[in-house]
Write a protein that binds this ligand. Structure first.
Ligand SMILES: NC(=O)c1ccc[n+]([C@@H]2O[C@H](COP(=O)([O-])OP(=O)(O)OC[C@H]3O[C@@H](n4cnc5c(N)ncnc54)[C@H](OP(=O)(O)O)[C@@H]3O)[C@@H](O)[C@H]2O)c1
Length: 286
């Protein structure tokens, strides 16, 4: 990751939401990515950004690194903010929301990007009719190439949904789904990068097996994966149609496809997403 340090923040650039105060409770891997993206894209004014972590020494290091307020005080950060992002582990979300209750007001917006935890559970932990949006981002967000699915709780306005969308557009694309699909999204696009890395690593190993230097094999595998994904996104063609365009009758690709089908790659990937989505349902309970 290319870290952004305090010197990166240009004081002169006006923030997109200059009056919105934001707290990220749990600035770990995903929360830290969001914090960096907010600063890099000038979404919020640095003096209006607050973040928390569990360990004091980490808060000091992050504060020095980003030049924003990072502490271990969830209540103070939530009190200072209109928009509160929840980035702790799923099992911790309820406790953290209960802890910040004194800082919550019905006008504030809570966005949880924790897996598994339902909007209704967060509303109940908050103990009031408060707007709760769930988001499920993924790690390519680090390069602005992520995708986040968003769903709304019962008290969310269209304006709040639009703000959440802008927040996650700063790290990639966004889609809106019903809450019943959030665990499926977790299994597909949040866990998905890990599945793709295994495919990519295997393609690179294959390149080595057929005699290519490892660095060239990895580059060929990665750029091929990237190019194929772009073809799907930018042409809008069905992946099967794009596959057919590569597959010359009696050529070499069809022989490779035969091996993939015999090895059960499709079924294996379908089962991997199903298992991850099933596990995602359980995470809120630990
Ligand atoms: N990683 C992913 O690919 C991904 C994708 C989508 C969604 N998510 C969701 O993002 C959330 C965090 O995952 P992660 O991978 O970013 O984990 P992580 O790196 O472990 O981040 C968790 C953060 O929470 C902090 N924390 C722990 N207890 C706290 C408390 N009581 N108050 C304030 N902060 C506290 C930790 O502080 P310290 O740094 O001091 O330990 C850490 O910074 C999870 O709910 C996960 O479902 C993750």
């Amino acid at each position: 990751m290319t870290d952004i340090d305090a010197t990166f923040i240009e004081e002169t650039v006006k923030a997109s939401f200059p009056d919105t105060t934001v707290a990220i409770l749990g600035a770990g891997k995903m929360g830290g990515l969001l914090l960096q993206a907010f600063l890099k894209n000038h979404l919020f004014a640095p003096e209006h950004l607050h973040a928390t972590v569990q360990h004091e020494e980490r808060s000091i290091a992050l504060s020095a690194q980003y030049g924003v307020d990072v502490s271990t005080d969830n209540v103070a950060a939530a009190k200072a903010s209109d928009l509160i992002l929840l980035g702790v582990k799923p099992i911790q979300v309820k406790d953290v929301v209960q802890q910040i209750r004194p800082a919550l007001r019905p006008k504030k917006l809570l966005i949880s990007f924790a897996a598994s935890v339902k909007t209704r559970a967060i509303e109940e932990a908050a103990g009031m009719d408060i707007a709760v949006i769930r988001a499920m981002p993924n790690t390519p967000s680090m390069l602005g190439a992520g995708i986040a699915a968003l769903c709304r709780g019962r008290f969310v306005t269209d304006e709040q949904m639009a703000l959440a969308s802008r927040v996650f557009e700063s790290i990639g694309r966004t889609v809106f789904v019903d809450e019943k699909h959030m665990d499926a999204v977790t299994g597909l696009s949040a866990s998905g990068p890990a599945f793709i890395y295994i495919i990519l690593e295997s393609l690179a190993e294959a390149g080595v097996k057929v005699g290519l230097p490892r660095d060239i094999a990895t580059l060929l595998a990665a750029q091929t994966t990237y190019g194929a994904a772009r073809m799907v996104l930018e042409t809008g063609y069905h992946p099967a149609l794009l596959k057919d365009a590569v597959t010359t009758p009696a050529g070499c690709t069809i022989d490779g496809i035969l091996e993939l089908e015999e090895g059960g790659l499709r079924v294996t990937l379908i089962k991997a997403v199903m298992r991850a989505a099933e596990r995602a349902k359980e995470l809120a309970e630990g």
